[in-house]
Each structure stands twice: as C-alpha cells, then as structure tokens.
Write a protein that binds this ligand. Sequence first.
Ligand code: GUN
Length: 292
Amino acid sequence: MDTRILDGVALSRKLRAEWQGRASALAQAGHPPGLAVLIVGQDPASAVYVRNKIKACADFGVRSEQLELPEQTTEAELLRHIDRLNRDPAVHGILVQLPLPKHIATEKIIHAIDPAKDVDGFHPLNVGLLAAGQPRFVPCTPAGIMELLDAAQINPWGQHAVVVGASNIVGKPVGLLLLQRGATVTFCNSKTRDLAAHTRQADILVVATGRPKLVNADMVKEGAVVVDVGINRLPDGSLVGDVDYQSMLGKASYVTPVPGGVGPMTITMLMINTVRAAEAAYARAHKAVNVL
Ligand code: GUN
C-alpha cells in the first residue's frame, strides 16, 4: 500500500493565498480584520501556541492584539477584558488560550465571549449550531481536519469514522462534522474497552488523546485514512503524535505527519474564522447604513 501524506503546511500555504486577498480587501475598505488573543499565566506550551497565532496574523494580514495577563488575574478582571473586547468594533475575533488557571471557571469565560466573535467556536451557541447541522464558527482543529480530507478528495459519505478522544475542542466537533458529511461515527474515550477492536473498524481514524504513539499499525485497517491530532514532546525533546507515524507507512492510505499535518491547519482555520467574522461585521455595518 502506497501511503500518501496529508500535508497541512502545503494546504495552509494554498489557503493563505486566498484568504490574504480577502483580508486585504477588508483592509482597503477601511475595515481590517482584528483578532485579540488572551493568555493567562505562564504555561510554556500555551505561550508557544499563542506566539504562533500572533505570527500567523502578520502573515495573513490580520491585525492582532495580544494580552498577556498574570497567573493571579481574577475571573472578574478577565471578564472585564472580554467585555471591553466584545464592544470594540475593531476586534472581530476573541481567543482565550486554554487551559486557564484553576481559579478561573473556563465555562464562564467562554460564555462571556460574544458568539459573533467566538472564532474558536467554543461558545454554547456555536456548539449548538454545529450540533444542529447549521455550523457558524467551527472549532479550528476539526475544521482543519475536514479541509485536509476535502483537499485529498476523501469523502466521508458512507465511511466508518472512528474518533479516539471526545474532547469539546477536537473529538466531539470533528465527530459531528463527519456525521454531517454522511459518515457512521464511533466515539471512543479513555473508558473504551478494547480500543483496538474499534480502531480496526475505521475507514477514517481521528486520534486526539494526548497520549504519545497510542495507535500503532496493528490497530488500523489496511488502507485507512489516519488523522493524528496529537502533539507530544518526549523527554528527549522530540515531537511525536498520538499515532506511531512510521508504522503507518505502507499500511494506511493517508496519514497526517506530526509536525506538519493538523497543527498548521488549526492556525490557518483560526485566521479564516477571523476574516469571516470581520466580513460578517462589515456586512452588518453596511446593512445598518443602508437601513438608515
Ligand atoms: N488550547 C489548546 N487548543 C486550543 C484552541 O484551539 N483554542 C484555545 N483557545 N485554546 C486551546
């Protein structure tokens, strides 16, 4: 079996060319897209993710505003920042990097973000719209996975998709998207008995557990499409996914590398969601002018 690579770097480059044009059209109309990124505390992995998001903004022509708040920031202080950003017409997307320190209730913060600026797609309104089959803002990693499948002309219709990991950020939304595209979906979680019996059934296997090399070639069917969402740093400093990549070569029909597969797509979809949010705000503002 010839295994093909689902290349998130190449696809990101292609999408960027298109969406940079849309961002610059907004800027020329005096309405540049803007993203606010908030980080609370010093988690080193989160700091790297935020740095990459800010860098992507510069690449895409999105204006960015980064708020680095100290670990001891209170919930009320963070809510005040969100309230200010909700009311700022130059800010079209608000992203609060997760995880938050334990003394802050994450749901309260997510609920406070204006759903029209919720470029992460985590607000319950956007989660509900996705579940109802009317997606507005789709979480970035699941949206990136669907773009990777589409670009390779992998059609989920009638396929058995198995999702390992049922988080709100990745597992649940990617399962819903696959279901809406006609797949039969199995969700597995850390309590699943005989995980391999499920993963071996998968035509499309999505693994998002945060457990290094959890899935090996014995656990996948010949010819399966394998999507690895994991990014794990081993004690020797190397980065590995939740899938044993080398063992997939010759067994899977398609596989995402780590790094260079899903990771870059997540950031690309964040930029696309931000430009879409800015386009929608622009359309609303013009409708208001026309009404007047
Ligand atoms: N932490 C890990 N992934 C994400 C993400 O997609 N968005 C936010 N806000 N925080 C994260």
